[in-house]
Structures are given as structure tokens and as C-alpha cells.
Ligand binder design. Structure first.
Ligand code: NDP
Length: 288
């Protein structure tokens, strides 16, 4: 049996193509392109790279993009005032605050993010969008887990009736992944740092999602032969070396399908963000 390598590049291209088509369609229909505003506070070099990538993707797809760079010493009140103005701005359909925030405002992260109007919350972090995901209502879903699910759908990997195990329970990846898999009729188990006999649980999974943040944590003995393994982890183990949460070389010998790192899930996130921006615009236009 040959293992299928799920290359992020191919799926990201497709997500972007779909978003670009929708952006052109909305422009024609509403006389205005979808718009994304990204606020970056301070000079974190990694954040600057992420923000540049988002801006570049918008430009490629005909999505209006504004990058709002605020100084390191920005106060909570200043940042909130900026978000309030963007909430009212008709050209902007998606608002994103790049994390992490500088330390003087990091403790207020939840209050700051919750100020974004739920309908413009393209990161899907607002409690209203979290609630919609849990109850199965239409809303904006965090980009990384949404991208993984879309990839599984496009790859034709069945979820209905399958056993899925998610390692990690963060609000950004693990928990939304649980709800998305459940909504597709998988039987889902969520594991975390207090889980006992982890390998026993993971060995039962038809679909195994690793979102832990520990290099090469998932080894071949933890994987059921033929399982689909989605590696969300991004761990820098040397200045130019990234590895996932899965020991790719080992696990690819056992898995039926697997995402590599780099070149896997990491590429899906920005592409999915573009889809969230066009979706946010459509939701806003329907509310008018
Ligand atoms: P968090 O640190 O918020 O969550 C990690 C989770 O892993 C926690 O729920 C934690 O459990 C669990 N965990 C830690 N150690 C163990 C263990 N020994 N056994 C079982 N579970 C364990 O991380 P994120 O969810 O934000 O990110 C996870 C990874 O995904 C990171 O590498 C991150 O860089 C990457 N990532 C990649 C993205 C992409 O675009 N591809 C986007 C977002 C994240 P507990 O809750 O008990 O502490």
C-alpha cells in the first residue's frame, strides 16, 4: 500500500482559486471587493512575515487589504478605538488582530478580540462564532481547523461514521476541530496533557489530528495502519528547520494518508482566511 501525502500546496491553491472567484463575483454583484484589515501591534518579526503573507494573498485574489501597523507601546484603549472604527468601515468585511500582542496589553487579549464585530471576525475566535460552531449555525470558523476539514473533503477522505482522535484542546485548533469532525458525523475523542494511555486511544483512530506543539510527538506505534494523519504542529527545532508534531518519516510507513511539515497544514491557514473574508462579506451583504 502506498501512503498518500496530502500536499498543502495543492489544496491551498484550490481554496484560493475558490476565494478569488467569489471575490470577483461579489465585486460584480455589490460593486465593491471584499476587504480585510489586519492590525499588527509592535515589531514581532514572525508576525510581520505572517501579515505580509496575508496582504500578498489578498492582492493576488482581488481582495482589498489594509495593514494597520500600530506602535509597540499602543494602549488597550487605542487598539479598541481602532477596532471600533473598522467595525463601522463599510470597505472592511474582515478584521484580524495579529497575535501575540505586546506584553502591556497581552493580558487583555480576550477583551480586545471580543471587540471585533462577530460578522467581521474572520479568525472565528469571538464567543458568538464559537457558539455558532457548537450549535451548528452558520458562522466564521477558525482558519486552521476549517482548512484541515476542507482538505479532507477535497481529498475524498470519509469522516462519516469514522473514529477521529484529536490531540490538543486549544480554542484555536483542538476544540474547533472536535466540533467540525462531530458535525461531519465522526465519533470524536479529544486528548490532552492529562489523558492516560494516549497511544491506546490514538491507535484506534481512523483520522488522527495532532495539535500539540511538541516535535515528533506522534510515533508509528501510536498510529493505526491505514489511518489518515493530520499534523497541525509547527515546531522550529533549528533556525532553518521546522518539524511537525508527528514523526513524519516513521509514521508515513504506517499511515494511509499524511500531511507533511513543512508543506502541509501550514499552507492551508492563509488560504482559508481568504475564504473567510469572502464569506464574511456575503454574510454582511445579506444582513443589509
Ligand atoms: P496549545 O499550546 O494552545 O495547545 C496544545 C495542546 O496540546 C493542549 O491542549 C495540551 O493539553 C496538549 N498537549 C500538550 N502536551 C501533551 C501531551 N504530552 N499529551 C497530550 N496532549 C498534550 O497549542 P495550539 O493548539 O495553539 O497549537 C498546536 C500546534 O499547532 C503548535 O505547534 C502550533 O504552532 C501549531 N499551529 C499551527 C497552525 C497552522 O497554521 N498550521 C495554526 C495554529 C497552531 P492541555 O490542554 O492539557 O495543556
Amino acid at each position: 500500500m502506498t501512503t498518500r501525502i496530502l500536499e498543502g500546496k495543492e489544496f491551498a491553491r484550490q481554496f484560493k482559486e475558490d476565494a478569488g472567484k467569489k471575490a470577483a463575483e461579489w465585486k460584480e454583484k455589490y460593486g465593491m471587493a471584499p476587504g480585510l484589515a489586519v492590525i499588527i501591534v509592535g515589531e514581532n518579526p514572525a508576525s510581520q512575515v505572517y501579515v505580509r503573507n496575508k496582504h500578498k494573498s489578498c492582492e493576488e485574489l482581488g481582495i482589498h487589504s489594509e495593514v494597520i501597523a500600530m506602535p509597540e507601546e499602543t494602549t488597550k484603549e487605542e487598539l479598541i478605538a481602532r477596532i471600533d472604527a473598522l467595525n463601522e468601515d463599510k470597505k472592511i468585511h474582515g478584521i484580524l488582530v495579529q497575535l501575540p500582542l505586546p506584553k502591556q496589553i497581552a493580558a487583555h487579549e480576550a477583551e480586545i478580540l471580543n471587540r471585533i464585530a462577530p460578522v467581521k471576525d474572520v479568525d472565528g475566535f469571538h464567543p458568538v462564532n464559537v457558539g455558532r460552531l457548537v450549535t451548528g449555525e452558520e458562522g466564521l470558523v477558525p482558519c486552521t481547523p476549517a482548512g484541515c476539514i476542507r482538505m479532507l473533503e477535497l481529498a475524498g477522505i470519509p469522516m462519516d461514521g469514522k473514529k477521529a482522535v484529536v490531540i490538543g484542546r486549544s480554542n484555536i485548533v483542538g476544540k474547533p476541530m472536535f466540533h467540525l469532525l462531530l458535525a461531519r458525523n465522526a465519533t470524536v475523542t479529544v486528548c490532552h496533557s492529562h489523558t492516560q494511555n494516549l497511544a491506546e486511544i490514538t491507535r484506534d483512530a481512523d483520522i488522527l489530528v495532532a495539535a500539540i506543539g511538541k516535535p515528533k510527538f506522534v510515533t508509528a506505534d501510536m498510529v493505526k495502519p491505514g489511518a489518515t494523519v493530520i499534523d497541525v504542529g509547527i515546531n522550529r527545532i533549528a533556525p532553518k528547520k521546522l518539524v511537525g508534531d508527528v514523526d513524519f518519516e516513521q509514521v508515513k510507513e504506517v499511515a494511509g494518508a499524511i500531511t507533511p511539515v513543512p508543506g502541509g497544514v501550514g499552507l492551508l491557514t492563509v488560504a482559508m482566511l481568504m475564504q473567510n473574508v469572502v464569506k464574511a462579506m456575503e454574510m454582511q451583504m445579506q444582513m443589509r
